[in-house]
Design a protein around this ligand. Structure first.
Ligand code: COI
Length: 355
């Protein structure tokens, strides 16, 4: 059992207006911390008031980016229970990312218990308004004050919480996506599958350029031929073509999304044909020409299910489903959020109550 030391805040903060949460701009009263050293392993788990952390400017994460993170949510049900959605999956993925970044793994039970304990202390911060939730951001940083390039000997595991609304300003309305042909996100053998900050900072330039052209996000193509579709950086992608649902396979370059996995399980349960296979951007455009491209949507914890209404590939623009949300995207959104918010029976055993 994890013995977490708890120091409660003496100055609880004023909670933000639930109508204007945005994404990731407010933080709760407490945070979780745990330290790692070679001698002691992971030790000293504690929940303390959310506050500024101070570090030497020489710590390794600042210089070489040895860090990993996760994103999951806590949901408030109508009867005021607080639910987590498959948190063990996120902690397994944290370990997968850690392996790649040479960071010591954390026992999944220990990490999930840390999340539950922290969310429980800040449970009043889980917003109630439709479409809102408490975003949970666990992360690990390398803390050796040292400038040589090697894995750090010390780390901090930190969890912070943020009440959030929709990630995209579009909400559940379709997003416009720019197909990126200049920059690439990942190559096989790289760190594309790991949730590590470098993947996100490397995507900023493309995102900025796409924004200038009026697009919400970019769709990444494979790093070698710039031919096969990969992901959207904040979401995995799915295409509905001629009644088949197609999503790129996990070959080491895209994030193994937990929403992605859940959507695949739901589709299979519904008896819908779903294929994890390579799909080229040419195929998508060709199918659209032949009237076979029915829907496209992204999946992610932050983005939930986000219909894609428009693609722009080399200034060749296509509208998908007339730029509207498709039936399947809507059904997936309703089902997934229905389970997450405890409105629908959880036949898969995906949710865990925090109490
Ligand atoms: C998430 O979906 O949780 C993410 O981490 C995406 C983004 C906010 C970085």
């Amino acid at each position: 059992m994890l013995n977490i030391l708890i120091e409660k805040t003496k100055n609880p903060k004023k909670k933000p207006d639930e109508n204007n949460l945005g994404f990731g701009q407010y933080f709760t009263d407490h945070m979780f911390l745990m330290d790692y050293s070679t001698e002691k392993g992971w030790h000293n788990p504690r929940i303390v008031p959310y506050s500024i952390l101070s570090f030497e400017p020489s710590i390794m994460v600042f210089h070489y980016g040895q860090a990993v993170f996760e994103g999951l949510k806590a949901y408030r049900t109508k009867d005021n229970r607080i639910l987590l959605f498959r948190p063990e999956k996120n902690m397994e993925r944290l370990n997968l990312s850690s392996q790649r970044l040479c960071i010591p793994e954390i026992d999944v039970n220990v990490a999930v218990n840390a999340i539950k304990a922290l969310v429980n202390i800040d449970r009043d911060w889980v917003p109630a308004k439709e479409g809102t939730s408490l975003y949970i951001r666990p992360f690990i940083i390398a803390t050796d004050p040292y400038l040589g390039v090697k894995p750090s000997d010390t780390y901090k595991f930190i969890i912070i919480l943020s009440p959030v609304g929709a990630y995209y300003p579009e909400g559940i309305n379709p997003v416009k996506i720019y197909v990126e042909t200049k920059y690439v996100r990942a190559v096989r053998g790289g760190v594309g599958y790991a949730k590590t900050p470098g993947n996100y900072s490397a995507s900023l330039m493309a995102q900025l350029e796409a924004k200038k052209k009026g697009y919400t996000q970019v769709l990444w193509l494979d790093g070698i031929e710039k031919k096969y579709i990969e992901e959207v950086g904040t979401m995995n992608v799915f295409f509905k073509i001629n009644n088949e649902i197609i999503t790129p396979p996990l070959e080491g370059t895209i994030l193994p999304g937990i929403t992605r996995e859940s959507v695949i399980e739901l589709l299979k349960r519904w008896g819908i044909k779903v294929s994890e296979r390579r799909i080229s951007i040419e195929e998508v455009y060709e199918c659209n020409k032949r009237g076979l491209l029915e829907e496209a949507f992204g999946t992610g914890t932050a983005a939930v299910i986000s219909p894609i209404g428009e693609l722009n590939w080399n200034e060749n623009k296509i509208k998908i489903n007339g730029g509207n949300s498709g039936e399947l995207s809507k059904k997936l959104y309703e089902t997934l959020t229905g389970i997450q918010y405890g409105k629908l029976p959880d036949e898969f055993g995906w949710t865990i109550e925090v109490k």
